[in-house]
Design a protein. Structure first.
Length: 457
């Protein structure tokens, strides 16, 4: 790989042996040849056509007949180099992440000791300083400032991000999901210190398609305020007319898929909403003193959703949805009731909602990888009945088919996030260079996709 260190060594070696002008010419030619070699020396598994086209198409001709390589894989050499350098930036040196994902016991035991060593997170002062120059912020923090592929550019995703603690963790989440064609609404809790809010504002100033929510709320768990923040961001995001799906996040979560993988998964959903719902196992005490309007069946779900634009439209603009919303104000933990109730009442005839058999028996929803204390597969500790994911959980995180994982505590384990970042950076690079294929057929065959309410034609 062509790193800055390699460039520096190459330059000093040439300067010592050749006149300055000749050395400059030779150095430039050598670098370009090496970049070109990196871009074309790996077999192409599928075509990923990006917005960055170069006159000469690059492909490994010798592999075409055996691997059924498409006629071309269009690459931009500058983008290739940037993605390679980004992979180096996110390389974890304290442990072998590949072995951790594979479940190597000795590697995991050693890595856990490393992960538990106390380290200080980056704070407000760091971000206030580094965002004085947005170009420096983008490059030093490793942001992807291009859409990379036409497929991604033509399928924008809208995200809400609710943050209130651990600024570095929230910024690393934003960095992992950031693309210039997506849309991001960030809600900063009113309780945070002023320096925290200033730092978030400065980060957002450097990212033109990221914006602060139009309202700031004092969010308290279990109250309507949790749901209210999501509705505020939904309404703010609605003004942007091109996005296809909405995903809500909190600052202590992290993606398990690249942006291109997310796009292909959401395409495979075919308009279905990935919104969990339970009826038999629901805690009916949450609404024991009130019934929803219009004979609608109450459903318990999760605050975490992946919803189509049509679903968001219904939530924001439909009178029935507004009536259900007012009903949830009288219930306990309304954020776990509102979206699930809308999605699991097919008589509403909302495209993409679930119409199959009782969802309790399915329990296959991909929006979040989240371990509750009713399960034993948690290498870390439990807080409020939720597993705080750690380095020991990497083998399961690496195999998970979910879109995002919840929940991480960066001040307790930085290595788990480092390895996830390294994996995503490598996959993003390999996708662009046509050496990695992602098959979304698993997602196309999920029960909630096959049993979705379809549009009337």
């Amino acid at each position: 790989m062509l790193t800055r260190l390699h460039k520096s060594r190459c330059w000093h070696s040439l300067r010592g042996k050749l006149p300055y002008t000749i050395a400059v010419i030779v150095f430039g030619l050598a670098c370009n040849l090496l970049i070109h070699h990196i871009a074309v020396s790996r077999p192409h598994a599928e075509e990923i056509t990006g917005p960055f086209k170069v006159p000469s198409q690059t492909k490994h001709a010798s592999m075409a007949s055996t691997n059924k390589v498409p006629a071309s894989c269009t690459l931009d050499q500058g983008t290739v180099e940037q993605l390679i350098q980004r992979g180096q930036l996110f390389k974890v040196h304290e442990a072998n992440c590949s072995k951790l994902f594979l479940g190597d016991k000795s590697s995991i035991e050693a890595a856990i000791q490393i992960a538990q060593a106390p380290r200080t997170s980056l704070g407000s002062d760091f971000y206030l300083n580094i965002t004085t120059n947005c170009d420096v912020f983008h490059k030093s923090r490793g942001y992807v400032m291009s859409s990379l592929t036409r497929e991604e550019e033509e399928f924008p995703i809208a995200f809400s991000l609710v943050v209130y603690t651990d600024l570095e963790m929230a910024e690393r989440l934003l960095r992992a999901i950031y693309r210039p064609h997506n849309f991001y609404c960030v809600h900063v809790d009113r309780k945070v210190p002023s320096e925290y809010f200033r730092a978030v504002s400065n980060i957002i100033r450097c990212l033109p398609n990221v914006f602060l929510s139009s309202k700031r709320l004092n969010v308290r768990w279990g109250t309507f305020s949790v749901l209210h923040t999501e509705l505020v961001c939904m309404r703010d995001l609605w003004r942007h007319t091109t996005w296809k799906y909405f995903i809500n996040l909190t600052g202590q979560e992290f993606p398990l898929k690249t942006n291109l993988e997310l796009v292909r998964i959401l395409k495979a959903y075919k308009g279905a909403n990935d919104i969990r719902g339970m009826i038999k196992t629901a805690n009916r005490r949450r609404w024991k003193n009130t019934r929803p309007p219009y004979g609608i069946r109450p459903v318990k779900g999760s605050v975490h959703i992946t919803a189509s634009r049509a679903f968001v439209d219904y939530v924001l603009h439909n009178e029935t949805a507004h009536a259900v919303l007012q009903w949830t104000r009288k219930t306990e933990i309304p954020d776990e009731t509102f979206f699930a109730t809308i999605n699991h009442n097919p008589q509403l005839n909302l495209t993409g909602t679930y119409k199959g058999r009782h969802p309790d028996e399915l329990n296959i929803f991909m929006t979040r990888y989240k371990i509750w204390n009713t399960r034993s597969r948690c290498a870390g500790r439990f807080q409020r009945m939720v597993c705080m994911l750690s380095t020991g959980d990497l083998p399961r995180l690496g195999q998970a088919k979910h879109l995002f994982a919840n929940k991480f505590m960066l001040n307790e384990d930085r290595l788990v996030i480092g390895c996830l970042e390294e994996k995503l950076a490598n996959h993003t690079r390999d996708e662009y260079m046509c050496t990695k294929v992602f098959n979304a057929s698993y997602y196309a065959n999920l029960k909630f996709v096959k049993n979705r309410v379809r549009a009337v034609t």
